[in-house]
Unconditional design. Structure first.
Length: 279
C-alpha cells in the first residue's frame, strides 16, 4: 500500500527552529501524525501492529512498492511506503511525522535528520543504493549524443526546455546541476528549465512530452515505457549518488523491514529497476 506524501500537510519552518525543537515536537505530534499519515495519506484501514512506515525518495517508488509487496508476503510484518522528494520527507520527519525508516536520495538530507537527533550518524554502510544520471527523451528513435558537446544538446532541445528536478533542494536537481556545470552545459540550459518538484515529476514531463529532454535518474528511464536514453553523464562530473537508509525507530517491524531492504531479495528488485547497490 502506498501514498504520496503530497497528501500530508506540513508547513515549512525555519531551519534552526526545525532542528532545535525536533525531539519535543516528535513526542507531542507523534500520535496526531500517526492518524494523519496512516488514516488519511496511506489508507482508511487501521495500521497493523507489525507495520513499519518507510519515507522514501520519489525516485525509488516502483522498486519500493514491489519490495514492500514481497516483504508482506514473507509474513509477520508490513512495510508501508510514503513518497516525496528527499528534502520534503526529511523536513516532515523533523516536524514529528511517524516514519520508522528513511530512504533519501542523498547524504545531505540524511545528515539533517541525524543532526536533529532522530537517527544514528550515517556512514558508508548506511548507503543502500546508487544510481546514474542520464539525459533522456520520449522521441521514438533518439540519437545518442555526446554530453560534452553543447551544440548536440542544444540541437535536441530545439525551442523546448530541459526537465529537471529543483536544483536548489531536490537531490536529482542538485546532482544534475553539478554535472551540467562540470560539462560546461549549465549556461546552455540555465534559462530554459522546466523545473519539477521531484524526480518522478521530471520523468512525467519527458513521458508526456512537456519537455523534449529531461535530466533523469537511469533507474527511472529503465522502467519507463516511453523515456529513452540520449546520454549517460560521467560519474566524475557530480558527487556520488547515494541513497542512505536510516532506521528511526527500534520496534521489531522496523528492524525486520530494514533487514529485508538490505537483503538479497530486495537487492534483486532494485537491480531490475536500474539501481545498483552502493559500494
Amino acid at each position: 500500500m502506498t501514498a504520496d506524501a503530497g497528501g500530508i500537510m506540513v508547513a515549512a519552518i525555519g531551519k534552526h527552529a526545525e532542528i532545535g525543537g525536533a525531539m519535543a515536537r516528535r513526542a507531542k505530534l507523534g500520535k496526531l501524525w500517526r492518524w494523519a499519515v496512516v488514516a488519511v495519506a496511506l489508507s482508511a484501514t487501521p495500521a497493523a501492529a507489525g507495520e513499519a512506515v518507510l519515507f522514501a525518495a520519489a525516485s525509488t517508488r516502483n522498486a519500493v512498492v514491489e519490495t514492500a509487496a514481497l516483504f508482506a508476503r514473507a509474513g509477520g510484518h508490513r512495510l508501508t511506503p510514503v513518497f516525496a522528494s528527499s528534502g520534503r520527507l526529511a523536513r516532515q520527519i523533523i516536524r514529528g511525522a511517524p516514519a520508522d525508516l528513511y530512504l533519501g536520495a542523498n547524504r545531505q538530507w540524511a545528515d539533517v535528520v541525524v543532526a536533529a537527533g532522530l537517527a544514528p550518524s550515517p556512514s558508508q554502510r548506511d548507503d543502500l543504493l546508487s544510481n546514474r544520471l542520464v539525459l533522456a527523451t520520449a522521441a521514438a528513435a533518439p540519437p545518442r549524443i555526446d554530453p560534452a558537446v553543447s551544440a548536440q544538446l542544444a540541437n535536441v532541445l530545439g525551442d523546448g526546455r530541459l526537465a529537471i528536478a529543483d536544483p536548489q533542494s531536490v537531490p536529482l536537481g542538485i546532482y544534475g546541476r553539478a554535472a551540467l556545470t562540470a560539462l560546461g552545459l549549465w549556461p546552455v540550459v540555465a534559462g530554459r528549465l522546466a523545473p519539477a518538484r521531484n524526480a518522478r515529476q521530471a520523468l512525467a514531463f519527458v513521458e508526456q512530452e512537456a519537455a523534449p529532454v529531461g535530466l533523469l535518474y537511469l533507474s527511472d528511464v529503465v522502467t519507463s515505457p516511453r523515456a529513452r536514453v540520449l546520454a549517460v553523464l560521467p560519474e566524475t562530473t557530480h558527487p556520488p549518488i547515494r541513497y542512505p537508509l536510516l532506521r528511526l525507530t527500534d520496534k521489531p517491524a522496523t528492524r525486520a523491514a530494514e533487514a529485508f531492504l538490505r537483503g538479497p531479495t530486495a537487492a534483486a528488485v532494485f537491480a531490475r529497476h536500474g539501481f545498483r547497490r552502493a559500494p
